[in-house]
Design a protein around this ligand. Structure first.
Ligand SMILES: Nc1ncnc2c1ncn2[C@@H]1O[C@H](COP(=O)(O)OP(=O)(O)OP(=O)(O)O)[C@@H](O)[C@H]1O
Length: 282
């Protein structure tokens, strides 16, 4: 929480200037809706963590979720690929659609959904396998490669797209866990990309990384949005300002405001948003 406070007070005009607002707004408006969430509520046992959220995510945009600790950012993010299913006491109501498909449809294949809507976690979590196998595992599971050469191609292209190929091409058989933290996180991004997702969810993907590794991931996010829709939870408002087209501010399980990132940071519509971004609470 104190971390929040440190970071909230210092979104500078330089950060804001980094945002290509006009481009991103035009791009966003022109894109179809990829994810539709309506009246989403989440309960952990008797405790309601999310209170009826409505939100659209457009194709090929980057949306950042910000808000104080415990406001429900991760909980809502995990709804988008049914990761909350893995928590016994968690119950989700409302409707979430990926394109036109209700992802809570009981006949839906959840493993397939999580390939379509991949996830990168706070702490890099490579499998205890080689770099090659970390990437190849998903495509093998989903039957995406018929021959070894197809698999090799997927491994190479995924590592290239995650900006890691040149650093690991000569050590593909070494353990993924032997890479640096930033490299491990890019390996996890490559692993996500390898099964051809449409959406990538990132839950504080840089919080365990140093500033250099963080800036590499942020640049990568900018490239990935050419091909993917990205939703990122971040505690770091400068990061939200740098990487996202739109920002959603959450508070106490409610979505208070969502808008173009520089609008939200420079001219928030809600008092609670303003108080948060100016560091009045964290
Ligand atoms: N597995 C769980 N079991 C029970 N309650 C949970 C669980 N995960 C989250 N919660 C509760 O749900 C609420 C929202 O938590 P969540 O982690 O989604 O917030 P957050 O905004 O992502 O927080 P942070 O920024 O600290 O990660 C909190 O009250 C939290 O205690």
């Amino acid at each position: 929480m104190s971390n929040d406070k440190l970071q909230t007070a210092t979104v500078t005009s330089a950060d804001i200037n980094d945002i290509k607002l006009q481009e991103s707004l035009a791009a966003t408006a022109a894109q179809p809706v990829k994810i539709t969430a309506r009246d989403v509520k989440v309960f952990y046992g008797d405790n309601q963590a999310i209170h009826g959220i409505d939100l659209d995510v457009y194709q090929n945009e980057v949306v950042a979720f910000i808000g104080p600790s415990g406001c429900g950012k991760s909980t809502f993010l995990r709804c988008l690929n049914r990761m909350n299913d893995t928590i016994d006491i968690c119950r989700v109501t409302g409707e979430i659609k990926l394109d036109d498909r209700n992802i809570y449809d009981p006949t839906l294949d959840v493993v397939q959904l999580r390939a379509q809507v991949g996830m990168v976690f706070q702490k890099p979590n490579p499998f205890p396998k080689s770099i090659y196998e970390n990437i190849a595992y998903g495509p093998k599971l989903h039957g995406l490669a018929e021959k070894k050469s197809d698999l090799d191609d997927i491994v190479e292209s995924s590592l290239r797209r995650a900006g890691l190929w040149n650093e690991v091409k000569d050590r593909l058989n070494q353990p993924g866990t032997g890479l640096s933290g930033g490299q491990q996180q890019r390996l996890c991004i490559a692993r996500t990309i390898a099964v051809s997702p449409e959406v990538i969810l990132m839950d504080e993907p840089c919080s365990a990384l140093d500033p250099i590794a963080t800036s590499i991931i942020e640049e990568l996010i900018d490239e990935l949005k050419q091909n993917f829709t990205i939703v990122i939870v971040t505690h770091n408002m400068q990061q939200a300002a740098r990487v996202s087209d739109r920002t959603a501010f959450f508070h106490l399980g409610n979505l208070i405001e969502i808008g173009a990132t520089n609008e939200l940071f420079t001219n928030p519509k809600q008092k609670r948003t303003e108080d948060y971004i100016t560091g009045r609470y964290g």
